[in-house]
Each structure stands twice: as C-alpha cells, then as structure tokens.
Design a protein around this ligand. Sequence first.
Ligand code: XUL
Ligand code: CO
Length: 440
Amino acid sequence: MKELFPTIPSIDYDGPDSNRELAFKYYQPDAVAAGSANGATQKESLRFSMAFWHSMTAGGRDPFGDPTAVRPWDGVGDPMEVARMRMRGVFELTEKLSIPFFCFHDRDIAPQGDTLRETNRNLDKIVALAKDLMRSSPTRLLWGTANLFGDPRFMHGAATSPDPRVFAYAAGQVKKALEATLELGGLNYVFWGGREGYETLLNTDMKREQDNLARFLRMAVEYAKEIGFTGQFLIEPKPKEPTKHQYDADAAACYAFLKEYELLPYFKLNIETNHATLAGHTIQHELRYARERGILGSVDANQGDELLGWDTDQFPTNLYVSTLMMYEIQKNGGLGSGGLNFDAKPRRGSYRPEDLAAAHVAGMDAMARGYEAAARMITDGALEKPLAERYAGWGEGIGASIEAGKESFKSLEAAALDIKAIELSSGRQEYLESVVNRYI
Ligand code: XUL
Ligand code: CO
C-alpha cells in the first residue's frame, strides 16, 4: 500500500543525547520497563494511544482562522475517500511511532449522512476497513466513543436534553458506537459529557437531567451485556467547556454520581490532565482520588497552558507532571485495560506532518522518562518512607486505638484534657520537592 506520510520514517530510539527530531530519546518500546516485576516492555507498560480526532480529523482550525495543517487528504473531495485515507493514516502513523493503540469518536472516522441510518452505513464501511487493516497491523483499539456534542441537535445536551427525542437519538447513536467498538475489539468505551451540563440554572431541571443521564448509562451497560461487549466503561471528567458547567466536573463529582445511581460496579474514570487543571486540580490529585477509590481506568495525556483558562490540548512535555502521573499510575498497579491516550494536538503553527510525529515523540519521551523516574522513586521508597514516618502516630497508642474504633469524644477528651503542648513534626514540603527533582 502506498505510504500516506512518506516524510515520516519508522521512529527509532536514539538515546538522550540525540538531536534528531524524529527519534526517541527515552522511549524504548521493546526494552523492559523500569521496575517491571514480570518483564513487561515499555510498550506494554505505557500503553500509548493516538487520538483519531486530533491526529487525523482536525486540521488546525481555531475561532480566528482556517485550517493550517498539511495532510495527505487535502483536496480529496469525496468524504468517504477522505475517511478511508484517514483510517489508513492512523494505522500507518501508529506503526511508525510504535504506538499500540488508537481511539476514536464515531463521527471522526466516518461522515454523517442525512439520516442516522445513512450515517450508520458510512460507519459500517469504515469499521470494516479498520478491521481489515488490523489483520496485518499490531495497532489495536483502546476505546471508542460517540460524539454527542458536535451536531446542533445536542445544543441542549444529549442524555440530559430537555427533549426526549434527542435522548432517543443519542441512545441510538451510542448503541451503534458500542457495536463498532465491539466489532473492532475495543478494550474500553468512553463517555465524555461535553454537553451534559448547563449554561444557566434558570432553564435547567438539574435533578431530572442527572436522573436521565444515569438512565442512559444504565441502558448502555444493559446493551453491552446483550451484545457481549465486556470492555471497561469509562467516564471522562471535565468541569466546563463547551458548557459552563458539566455534571461530570471532576473525579469526586463522578464518584458521587456513580455511587448515588449504583453505577460504580460498571464504570471507571478516564482522567485527562487539562481537564484536571480546568477543575482547579492537579492531574496528580485526580489520579490519586480515582486510584484510592478503585476507579482509575485510563488517562488522556495532554497539558494545558498556565496562562490560558481553556482546554488547549497540548502534547505533554512537563517532566515534573509526567513523573507524578506515573507515580500514581504505578501505585495503581498500572491502568489495566486502559492506556495513555494522547488527547493532544500540535500547535496551529506546527502544521507539517512531521510536526505531528515530533509532537508524539515529545509526549512519549516525557511519559517514558517520567515512568522511569517514578519507578526509581517507588523502588527507593523515596516518598513512601517520609509519608509513613509522618503518619507513624496512627500505628501505635491512641492513634491505633482511634483507628480501631475503640475511642469516643468522651475518652478522647479525657486523654486530651491535661496535655500541655503538642510538638508536631515538620511537613518538609520543600525537601520532598527536592527529592522529586533529584529523581527527574
Ligand atoms: C474533550 C475531550 C474529548 C474526549 C472524548 O475535551 O477530551 O475528546 O476525550 O470525547
Ligand atoms: Co479527552
């Protein structure tokens, strides 16, 4: 088959001293991952994924300007031919970059028709092509999802629309997206509720909308069972953008929602870095929160800009952040069926196909380097030892007795009444920050 990206070679590992744009400095796909107990390779441990919508579909349009990206399908008029080229493109690039997975929205991979029936027919054709390409390619599907936010019919929400006809349309769409994900052996299925929220409470029945969202998710679980889809369902938290407030605002809001509606057994979270920062959290906070509740499922790896308050979806290159992310992921025992999906796009000025590859190389190297630093931190107990010391009081005496449920306000008052002064130990924050720096 003719190459679509002839200027992008198969990317090799060159080592940290390399200056070559299209070479890995840290990511060694076939080398054993640092700290791996079972000899898993970096490729198997990091589980990178390419996002179809950013890498294949998006062209660099922004609210002020036209697309800038130069892509092999430019000028090809027939939307189905473009769709076929893009699908071949994602397989070609993932193979060249040693990225084992890709992710898509139903509407990224195939054009809409005049009716859902026609749209589904388009989707079927492209899914068949993807299945065919998989026969001779190692690339697999990490997750599928449905775009329930782009079309004007979703302006007031999808599963949370005030209009039940929209709820029905969205249900039909997710049904089909689940079938496509199953057909392609997808390991997970994602719900990101971009329009599941509100612009103003003045016109919003919040309780009804959330009840309906739960109904919708329950139907998805039931249908998955019916068709034999055993992949993991994931909810992707984000507080705002496009709506002013989204119900799945952050990991804690998702957890409360899943618990209230008894959906916890069926869902985990897909945590995205830039969504965490929009929620006023660090990615480490979101990953920690999810992992401590057993619902850390997958990661959309990207980064925002400290000076911009929106979802810039930049490739993640910050080593401090990647190290702390990998720390949480390794403490979670990995991501199971999840992975590290680059929900990221090159800047608008990085318009060449080579920039798309270089952006992935930069993100993969940052993650690989963070992975290795985190593994060493864990092996050495660099953060765990000081943490254990800080909480040592809970392992003995009154602390152990409180945690064993043996104390009450009365007994604790009696223990406290005659204490003169409590000498606390230091939090040692700056020292701990320097410890992390040493491992990076
Ligand atoms: C939007 C976003 C989505 C989801 C999938 O901010 O992150 O692309 O990852 O719908
Ligand atoms: Co995302």
